[in-house]
Each structure stands twice: as C-alpha cells, then as structure tokens.
Design a binder for this molecule. Structure first.
Ligand code: TEU
Length: 539
C-alpha cells in the first residue's frame, strides 16, 4: 500500500465549465456539490479544483486578487466550506490550485506596490527603463508577447511572464514567502488536502540579463528551476506542508527529467509529483503549436523515459490547457468511442497517480467553433494577433487555434441532451459543443458499452490491482502505430497493447485478456483500429 494520493485517482474540475446552478451561464460551487455523487460513482477519490479565488478573470482565475476570498461568480466561502464537507462525507478529498508565481494586478499588494507603499514596494519585480526608455531586457513571455509593462504611476516596468494583468511576485523579498505560507495554512486549516502548484518552477528570477535567442519564453534560463526555487519549495514543506496530511503536484513549465528528479526527490522534499508536457507534444513542435507526424514509438519512448526516470508520476492526458485527447491522439469521428477507450486504457495502466479532466470520462471532443469571436482564451487571442502581425494566412491561423487552443478543453461539460446540455439553463459563458445531444453524461451512465462505463471499469481495475498501481514499468514493443508495455510486480505481468491507428495491425502477446475496449476475451493475432487490451501473464 502506498500513500492515499498514490492509491486514488484525481478528477480535475474547471469550475466555470463544470455545472451551473443558478442560470447565469457560469459553473459554480453549488453546481459542483450537486455532482459529487457522479464523481464518486466514477471512482475518483480526490478533486483538484482549478482556481475559485477572487479574480478579475483576465486568465480565468489564474490571476488572483484575493487568496482568502471566493469569486462571487462561483459562490461564497460558506459554499466552499460546504463543498469540502460534502465531499468529505463521500470520501472525496479536495486539493486547490496554488497560483503563487504571480497575482492579479488588482490584488491589494500590487495596488500598494505600484503606489510605492514602503511595506509593499518590493512585493513585485520592478525595474527602471533603459536610458532610451525601452524595457530592462529582451525576455518574451508565455502568452506570446512582452513580459515588461511600463507603469506610469510608478515610472518603472514590472515583470509579467504571463498576461500583463498577472504581475510576477518578487521572491527576493522574504515577506512574500511568509505571505504564501499564511495562505497555505489558511486553506489547510479549512480541510484542503493539498495543492496543484501552478508554474512552480519559475518562482525565483536569478538574473535579469538578456536571454539567449528563442522563439518563445526568451530568458527562461534565468528563472527556470533555480537553486533558490528548490530552497523555497523545501521551506514551504518544512514550515507548513509537513504539518498536515497533504500532497503537492507541481505544474512545471518546460521541465526536463534531471530537473524533475531533483524536484521530486523524496529526501530533498520539494514536490510529491509533477506534471510534465513531453508526452503531449510528440506530434508538436514549439510547445503545441506546430504539428508534426504522430508516432506511437516516439510516445512510448517519452513515456518510458518518465515512467522509469521518476519514482512516481502524475499521469494525465488532458487538462484545461490542452486540446481534448480523443481529438488529439484519438479519432473524434468514426472511431470516437474506440479511441476514447483506448486512451483510457493507456491512462490507467501507467505508473502514477492518474488525473482525469472533467468531460474526458465521456469522451468530450475539441470545440466546433468556426471563428475567433467564439473564443475566450487570452492565450489564443494573443497567438492569433501575433500570427496576424506575422502575416500568416487566415486559414492557417485558424488551423493553429482550432487544433491547439486551450478553449478546446474549456467548453461546458455535456451532462444531458437538454438545451444547455444540462450545464446551464441560461446562456453559457463559452459555447457548448453542438455534439452534446450525442455525447453526454446521461446517455452514457446506464450504457455498459459507453466510454463512461469503460472509465469506471478501468478505475476499478486499477484500484484492485497492486501491479497496476505499483508494478515496474517496462516498454515491450512499438512502431509508428502500435505500442506495448508491461507492468510487473511479484511474478505478475500486465501487458498493455494499444493500436493508435485506423488500420488493422498484426500484434500478439500471449496471455489472458483481462480487459479490452472491443469486449474481446479470446486472443487473436491482430488488433482492430484503436483496439486496446490488457493481458495477464505469470512471470
Ligand atoms: O499554465 C502554465 C503554463 O506553462 C502555460 O503557459 C502553458 O504553457 C500554456 O497554457 C500552454 O499553452 C498555468 C495554468 O495551467 C494556465 O491555465 C495559466 O494560464 C498559467 O499557468 C498562468 O497562471
């Protein structure tokens, strides 16, 4: 038996798109409470709640204006406390998003800092312009634009690695870290059992020299996983987290394996696990924006590297920043159901804590928007504007957005075939995919052959199998379309065999089929399109 956060699976909720309870078109906390039974029925024991803190929503809550208040769109502090206790009654623990690299520019700290208040002036990263008035260095940001914004009131530039409404905190100022510790205590005392730590490897900026040439995030070598950043994480652990039964999962931007090994080293005590991105970018260049051909062989190589390189992984295929996996590594048309189940087989047979993103369990697909006006995401809007400036043709620009936009994952959850998809009785804040009449929770909940039922079966299988939870990972075979790997423990081997293509493929690993997405129980020598099998063998 491992720790509770190794035994359980996590369900990520992006609150504004999960369930609306009051008809204003925005999901809310009472809505989440009304769906706890569905999450329990799925088999997830932990919820990761994307930000619900007070926020002007320039980046949908990742720009926090008060860490101790709830965004009124989502409800009240009483609703939040109610959620923690209602979840607890059902054996579900809650972790929150911890966004401490930056705050909103509407946070009190920033307002005071900008005004030069002596207690707050060094809470953020302020620099004088160069003699010619230009920004302090040549860095570029994560949202495809400037990282320095000139503030007239203060007469200086402030740093923002993300949107200009997300100024970076200054971790050279010890008071900032003390504030963060208090915030952690505040939520842990309320019964929160851990944190997903937003861009947690970017906190400390060691130098402000110009960055090396790079297409995006020029300058990152001066602030990614710096020595002091490691120390900060250890300090948070020692002074706060160690006093509670909780865990952390870091979201670590552009992280490499060596860096990750340090961040997750048990003795060092920085993070319990982390999210990396390599496995979602095997068919992409420059983060996820330029396509290249998919290869199962490449995917297995990447997965193998991380599965074997770290003692424990955070395993995921979707989140609120990524396109839907069935539209990405699967087929959201003819083989929608098969491929959604095949990807579930992959997710739950890897070693680590599995994370399911809302809607993934019913095979939700990328959006079906047809124009920029339908999008909300700040990153997508910036990229579109940049591409326009670079004179990239309109059709190509749109293609970029369509395949990679974060809004693909942010359309409301499709609960039923009713108007508003059972998400809202009002006008949804972001368009609902028109396939909701076909793809929805109600249509799947009692159908034993549905994607949802398959997720439940896979979660139950993982829960009952020590080999799937703790067995060693061993790559077995891969080509462009097919992969096979084994999980081995105490003389038992469970082999996952997956077809990532629309073609029939020859492949055979002898043994007993314990689950398959075709319902096949007898072995044969080929795989149907997107077929998945888990095969049991004694070693
Ligand atoms: O994302 C961090 C991050 O690295 C993103 O810029 C990511 O690279 C991008 O979304 C992929 O295009 C986190 C949150 O998950 C994201 O929603 C926030 O916008 C961001 O931090 C800023 O807080």
């Amino acid at each position: 038996m491992g720790k509770w956060w190794q035994e359980e699976a996590v369900y990520q909720i992006y609150p504004r798109s999960f369930q609306d309870s009051n008809g204003d078109g925005v999901g809310d906390i009472p809505g989440i409470i009304s769906r706890l039974d569905e999450i329990r029925a799925l088999g997830a024991g932990i919820i990761w709640l994307s930000p619900v803190y007070a926020s002007p929503d320039a980046d949908n809550g990742y720009d926090i204006s008060d860490y101790r208040a709830i965004n009124p769109k989502f409800g009240t502090m009483r609703d939040m406390e109610n959620l923690i206790s209602e979840a607890g009654k059902r054996g579900i623990k809650i972790i929150m998003d911890l966004v401490i690299n930056h705050t909103s520019d509407e946070h009190e700290w920033f307002k005071k800092s900008r005004a030069g208040d002596p207690d707050y002036k060094d809470y953020y990263i302020w620099k004088a312009p160069k003699p010619d008035g230009s920004p302090p260095n040549n860095w570029t940001g994560f949202f495809m634009g400037d990282v320095w914004e000139f503030d007239k009131e203060r007469g200086e530039y402030y740093l923002h690695l993300f949107d200009k409404k997300q100024p970076d905190l200054n971790y050279r100022n010890p008071k900032v870290l003390e504030e963060v510790k208090e915030i952690l205590r505040f939520w842990l005392e309320k019964g929160i059992r851990g944190f997903r730590c937003d861009v947690i490897n970017l906190l400390y900026k060691t130098s402000f020299k110009d960055g090396k040439p790079a297409i995006i995030t020029r300058g990152i070598e001066h602030y990614k996983s710096q020595r002091r950043n490691h120390e900060i994480l250890r300090e948070l652990r020692r002074d706060v987290l160690d006093k509670y039964d909780c865990f952390t999962v870091g979201e670590t931007a552009m992280v490499g394996l060596d860096e990750a090994k340090l961040l997750c080293d048990k003795e060092r005590g920085e993070l319990d696990m982390l999210f990396y991105f390599d496995h979602l970018e095997v068919d992409r260049r420059i983060a996820r924006y330029v396509p290249k051909r998919f290869s199962a062989e490449k995917l297995l190589e990447v997965l193998g590297k991380w599965q074997q390189g770290l003692e424990w992984n955070a395993v995921y295929l979707e989140n609120h920043d990524q396109p839907r996996i069935v539209s990405h590594y699967g087929d959201d048309k003819k083989y929608w159901k098969e491929s959604a189940k095949m990807l579930a087989t992959l997710l739950f047979t890897l070693r680590g804590t599995p994370f399911i993103y809302q809607g993934q369990e019913i095979g939700m697909t990328n959006f079906d928007f047809t124009s920029m006006e339908q999008l909300n995401d700040v990153e997508s809007r910036n990229i579109y504007a940049l591409a326009k400036k670079m004179r990239i043709p309109a059709a190509f620009r749109w293609e970029l957005i369509r395949t990679a936009s974060r809004d693909n994952a942010r359309t409301p959850v499709q609960w039923s075939a009713q108007t508003g998809a059972g998400f809202t009785s009002g006008t949804p804040w972001l368009g609902i995919n028109s396939n909701y009449a076909r793809i929805n929770y109600d249509a799947q909940k009692d159908d034993p052959d549905s994607v949802l039922s398959y997720y439940k079966k896979m979660l139950a299988l993982r829960a009952s199998s020590a080999t799937l939870k703790y067995g060693a990972f061993k790559p077995l075979y891969a080509d462009r379309d097919v992969m096979a790997f084994a999980r081995e423990l105490d003389g038992e081997s469970l082999i996952t065999l997956l077809n990532f293509s629309k073609k029939r493929k020859t492949a055979l690993f002898p043994g007993e089929i314990i689950i398959s997405n075709t319902g096949r129980t007898e072995q044969n020598a080929w795989l149907e399109p997107y077929e998945a099998r888990v095969i049991k063998k004694n070693l």
